[in-house]
Structure formats: structure tokens, C-alpha cells
Design a binder for this molecule. Structure first.
Ligand SMILES: [Fe+2]
Ligand SMILES: [Fe+2]
Length: 474
């Protein structure tokens, strides 16, 4: 169970480490200051029907109640330790998992943890204003749940920094509260976390695409030979599942509503669809193209010696490493990567160790494709002849082998001029964003009511009815 009697709830026996406890109690007010500044706008007095973890067991999520968000029990929860756990890959394979930071990998590990930690507050900052235009109390509660849990993910990484990295860790923990998403002078570390999330379609796309990148990164770090990082990530993954649920069902409900009105009114032309106050499928496709492509960049370069080092040294594994049937060392193995040669996309084999970013990206793409086909089913069931597609992997990329090339969603290599001519057929234009935002000018705050552009969900939270008062504004 988690000890809630302490100022910082935890299951790591914080009370026995006075120095660490004091360091974290010092960071806590700074975190709350950041939350008041950068957390959901105007929300501090709302009572929100949130779930709070009461233990780290699978059924530990049973606690639902009204909570004011600044009083959410942010804390430090690690999956229980497995005393037998060993390194499962890389040159140290077979050795007992590390309980302390190995000196030779200290700076690499610090960078891995800081980079992961930086994404957590970033997404809260990106979503700060969305509460003001929520489509229902149900959706408002969901975004708040995501936000408090991203706050807790920040806590999870900050615990590791304070506990294992001394003064360097404390400085990095402060810097995590100082950077700001989209800031020109002091931005967040990764590109996708500096993009705005200007509306609810973007929010659902973000939680479907970018939170899922979070899942895959956490899965790779859950394999880490540094056991405290592994145990931290394992618990974070239980929270991530809900974020992706919010994204997938959110987009699905938007598609469903659009299809319903298209059928009812027998219209197909995007401008006729928009006139009904819903988002046309073409615009949904453009948002999909945008969020997919910027998220693919988060996996890094196709060929990367850093990725090889992370793996070889045992810091970051592959997706489901222990379920894979090979030597887990990969010194002999090859893996295919794509690149642009002479105006064509070609594939070549490279040492598998250097292609681990690309491999994780491909695992991610498989899962994304499944989700997109579930969205497609909603369109098919309505009998509407429209296909949602994933664009080519090289489309609109800034990092890796496709950076600097101009690839169409079909995978054709174009000139910059030709690509630019079609840009806003493929990506949302300022006008598209303006249209979507015009639908979301105010919030729908009456219990049981939903904005016109989105269908209600199948069921409420924790078996509550759809007209439950998920948020009380006071
Ligand atoms: Fe997170
Ligand atoms: Fe998340």
C-alpha cells in the first residue's frame, strides 16, 4: 500500500531517508508553484471526480472521489522490487540488475531520465487552456485526470533525480520546472512537446499518438538494468493506458458524430459537413497526418550510435525485450532502415544495434495502425466511402533519414516546391485550425450535455451515468 500519512505519499519508505525527504519537500512547493502557473487554467477550486492510486497492485486504482487538483496526492510509487531480477540484454546480460547508478553510465542515465521527465510537465503546459472549451463535463474530467497523472510522472522522474544523482539531480529537477513548452528562450527538450495543442481534436490526437510514444519509451525503459528506473516506469505505464483510451475514444466519438450527421443530412462535401457544425473527415485526416509525423520524430534518428550504447550498456531495452526470441545482445544481427537515394525511398540493412530507434518506431507504428483501423470501422459502419490512412513514414519528418526531404503521404519523393503546393491538402491549414476552434468557443458545462461536434461516450467513468457531475466548478 501507499503511505498517505506522509507529506509526500510514497511506497519507497521515504521517512527513513531524511536527506532525500527534505530535498523533495523543498521541491514540492516549487512544483505546486509551477502547477498554479502552468496547470489547467482557472481550475484550482474545482472539485474533480478523479481516481487516485491507493496501491501499486493491478487493482490499486479503485479510489474515485472529488478532489481539488492542487490537493491531488502526487507521490512516488514504484512497482515492488523483484530481488531476483537480472539484466536481460546487452553486455551485462545475466548480471543482477543494478540497484544503484553504475558510475560509468551516470551521465547517460541522467540524460535519459531528464529527457523522459521533461515531456511530463510539457504536455500539461500544452493543454493548459483546453478546459475553457471542453465538450462536456465527462471530457473535462478526463483531461484533468491526464494532467494530474502527467504531474505525477514528473514526480516519478524527480524522485530518481534526487535519490540517485545528488546535486546534478537537484539542479535538473529545478530545470524541469523552468523550461516551458513552446518558449523561444527555454523550450522543452523534444520537438513535439513544443507544438501547441490548440483544440480538442488536437488533444485527442495528442493523447492517441504522443502519449503512445510515451508508452513505448516507458516500455523500453521498463526493461532497464537500472532497477529503480524499471520499477518506476512499470507503474507509470498503468497510468498511460488511460491517456491513450481518452485519445482513441475522443477521436472515435468525433468521427462517429460527423458520420451520423453526414448520413442524416445526406451530405459528403466537406463544406456541407462543416455547415452542420461538425468536423469533416478530410480535416480529421490532416490532423492525423500532423500528429503522426511529429510523433515519429520523437524516436530519433534511424541509425543512432546513442541508441546502440543505451542498449549495449543495459540502460534501455527493446519493446517487450524479454519476450523476444534472440540473443538479446545483437552484435551480429541486421535490421532494415529506409533512406532516400536518387529521388526514391530505398531500404537497406544496417547493424541492428544502431537501428534500435527505428525498431521501436516500427513497433509503435504497428499499434497505431490497429487504432486507425478501429476508427475506420466507425466510418465503414456508417456506410460512408472514406478511407483514413496513415501517411508514409517519411512524410513531414524533421529528424532521421527523411529530414530535409519532401515526401508525400503516398511516399513519393517531391521537390520542395511541389510539396509546398500540396501542404495544406495534407496538413491542417490556419483556416482549418480556425474552423475547428470556431466549434469550440465555449465550454459545455451542463451534466449530461455534449457539444454538437462529438458523440457521447458509451459509458461514464467508474460506472457513473453520463449525466453525472464529473466536475463541480464552485
Ligand atoms: Fe506521462
Ligand atoms: Fe501520458
Amino acid at each position: 500500500m501507499i503511505n498517505y500519512t506522509e507529506k509526500i505519499p510514497n511506497n519507497v519508505d521515504l521517512g527513513r531517508d531524511r536527506v532525500l525527504q527534505r530535498a523533495l519537500e523543498h521541491w514540492q512547493p516549487a512544483f505546486l508553484g509551477w502547477w498554479y502557473d502552468m496547470g489547467p487554467n482557472e481550475s484550482r477550486n474545482y472539485d474533480v471526480y478523479l481516481r487516485t492510486a491507493i496501491s501499486v497492485e493491478p487493482d490499486g486504482w479503485a479510489q474515485f472521489d472529488y478532489v481539488k487538483m492542487p490537493e491531488y496526492r502526487w507521490g512516488i510509487f514504484l512497482q515492488p522490487r523483484d530481488e531476483q531480477r537480472r539484466m536481460n540484454f546487452g553486455t551485462h546480460k545475466g548480471q543482477p540488475a543494478w540497484q544503484d547508478v553504475p558510475g560509468e553510465y551516470r551521465s547517460t542515465l541522467l540524460r535519459v531520465i531528464v529527457t523522459q521527465g521533461d515531456t511530463e510537465p510539457a504536455s500539461v503546459e500544452q493543454q493548459k487552456m483546453l478546459g475553457l472549451s471542453c465538450p462536456s463535463l465527462y471530457d473535462l474530467r478526463n483531461i484533468f485526470q491526464v494532467n494530474v497523472e502527467e504531474g505525477r510522472h514528473l514526480w516519478a522522474m524527480v524522485y530518481l533525480l534526487h535519490r540517485y544523482f545528488g546535486r546534478d539531480g537537484r539542479e535538473e529537477a529545478e530545470a524541469l520546472l523552468a523550461r516551458r513548452s513552446g518558449d523561444t528562450d527555454n523550450p522543452r527538450i523534444l520537438g513535439a512537446f513544443n507544438e501547441p495543442t490548440p483544440d480538442w481534436l488536437a488533444f485527442y490526437m495528442f493523447t492517441f499518438f504522443t502519449d503512445r510514444d510515451g508508452k513505448f519509451q516507458l516500455c523500453a525503459l521498463a526493461e532497464s538494468g537500472f532497477d529503480p528506473l524499471s520499477r518506476t516506469c512499470r507503474f507509470m505505464l498503468t497510468e498511460e493506458a488511460h491517456h491513450m483510451f481518452v485519445g482513441e475514444t475522443g477521436v472515435s466519438r468525433i468521427i462517429q458524430r460527423t458520420c451520423e450527421l453526414m448520413k442524416e443530412n445526406k451530405v459528403e462535401d466537406p463544406s456541407d459537413v462543416r455547415a452542420l457544425g461538425v468536423i469533416d473527415l478530410q480535416t480529421i485526416q490532416k490532423y492525423l497526418n500532423f500528429h503522426y509525423s511529429v510523433t515519429l520524430d520523437l524516436y530519433g534518428s534511424d541509425v543512432s550510435s546513442n541508441a546502440a550504447n543505451y542498449f549495449t550498456s543495459g540502460l534501455k531495452g527493446r519493446f517487450r525485450e524479454t519476450k523476444l526470441d534472440d540473443d538479446h545482445v545483437l552484435t551480429e544481427a541486421q535490421y532494415p532502415v529506409s533512406e532516400v537515394v536518387g529521388g526514391k525511398v530505398v531500404t537497406k540493412d544496417v547493424p541492428a544495434l544502431t537501428a534500435l530507434n527505428e525498431r521501436l518506431r516500427n513497433d509503435y507504428i504497428d499499434e497505431i495502425a490497429d487504432g486507425v483501423s478501429r476508427w475506420q470501422r466507425v466510418i465503414d459502419q456508417a456506410g460512408i466511402p472514406f478511407r483514413l490512412t496513415l501517411p508514409h513514414k517519411g512524410f513531414h519528418r524533421q529528424i532521421g533519414n527523411f529530414a530535409g526531404h519532401f515526401i508525400s503521404p503516398d511516399g513519393e519523393v517531391l521537390t520542395e516546391e511541389a510539396w509546398k503546393k500540396h501542404e495544406f491538402e495534407w496538413l491542417p491549414s490556419p483556416k482549418d485550425y480556425a474552423f475547428v476552434q470556431s466549434l469550440m468557443s465555449g465550454r459545455v458545462a451542463e451534466p449530461g450535455k455534449f457539444a454538437n461536434w462529438i458523440a457521447p461516450p458509451l459509458r461514464g467513468i467508474n460506472n457513473q451515468p453520463l449525466n453525472f457531475e464529473y466536475v463541480r466548478f464552485n
